[in-house]
Design a protein around this ligand. Sequence first.
Ligand SMILES: Cc1ncc(COP(=O)(O)O)c(C=O)c1O
Length: 463
Amino acid sequence: MLKFSSYSLLSKLNLFKCTSRDYCGSDDREKSAFKNIKTLPPMGVSHLTNLFQEDKNDNKVNLGVGVYRTEENQPYMLPVVKKCALELVENPDLNFEYLPVLGNPEFTKAATELILGKDCKAIKEKRIVGVQTISGSGALRIAVEFISQHLKKRTCYMSNPTWKNHSLILKQAGFKTLKGYPYWNASKRNIDIPKLLAALNEAKQGDVILLQPSAHNPTGMDPTKRQWKQIAQVIKERNLFPFFDVAYQGFATGDPDRDTWAVRYFVKEGIETLIAQSFSKNMGLYNERVGNLIVVLKDAKHFEAVASQFTIIIRTNYSNPPAFCSRVVAKLLTDEHNKKEWLKTIGEMVDRIKKMRKTLTKKLKELETPGTWDHIEKQRGMFSFLGLPPNQCDKLLKEKHIYLLNSGRINVCGLNLNNIDYVAKSIDEVVRQEISLRNQNDQVKCHEYLTEDREIEEQKSIN
Ligand SMILES: Cc1ncc(COP(=O)(O)O)c(C=O)c1O
């Protein structure tokens, strides 16, 4: 099978481009139905990954794409996930018949309980619709389609900053107005709760508020319980519509129950909501695309109608979801021993991330890198928002071969004991270069000023 590593490789190879008039003459080309299709710029993180793969430098470090890496810088297949998958393959009853349109019921039940807790009142009262989706992105997409088509909402507030794909999905599915609520306070390097609440207080009744309950992408900063209560109160008072994106359950604290405290609180408060859930990160099932969408209703009598509308959305998109890894997840979550092993593994992954945060902070402090760095250790989940301006991120990429997002987001999992010194020293150099450049500019300005001054004085004395 042909695989293209990047746009540039594609263009270098010039594959599939007709060169002979025998195949497609210029007249024919003018008639092409595709002639007015515009090429879009390459997409964020995947473009960064392509550039990384093409880079021949020995020191290169990939801190871009949001995937877990071991201390040896390798992808990680969680042992219990592999065990469950192998057991399923060996089961003589296994078949690949279609799943129902809304997915594998055993999976959606287990996945929903993982987010809301087994004793959730809404589950007991059958006020939940669970829909298996094509991972977290698929859950977001069908949720937004439903919200836009059936709840007739057109305005959504997202944290500023947020995951880049949020706005793309919302726009593509019919949202007309996208607004940001303040989240990251760049100077204090924490969450700007007063401004966040003020923005929600200005939202109009029914507006959708997209929230990440834990391990926020890209900042790694989550509200405290007290702050979540304040957010829930405004949402309730102003009758706003919360929509949760749970892509990193377990990655903030190492405990999946604690990581969804905010969602459980909203549901307990009787607030209706939609919840997009992904198993890409916390089960390492990135390319298997396993996700779930949970709709929390006030009244079980709306179940049939809502489920039927999701049925038509999915039927007309991809008909029904893939089965295999939904079975893996269900097997893992419904067996006490498997679940225990999974929780242990998550704990180990989170410990490694914490260790990398601590080490990077320590090294930057030892180097006396100008600025404050404690926030790296305080942040949670896969990502750290370093607080570096875009030009410094650009320098890290172009001069140091360290691949990070231009916003200053790094994937902490990309760090290990072999590359962390190089990363810390490179950050230090880039920050210092900027300061010395600024000082030089100030001196030039000062010199120009003094020269101008002297010329004026000389002029005066001549006159
Ligand atoms: C905030 C956020 N939401 C959702 C997703 C969706 O992930 P996936 O489609 O792989 O489940 C991601 C992935 O990076 C993410 O960062």
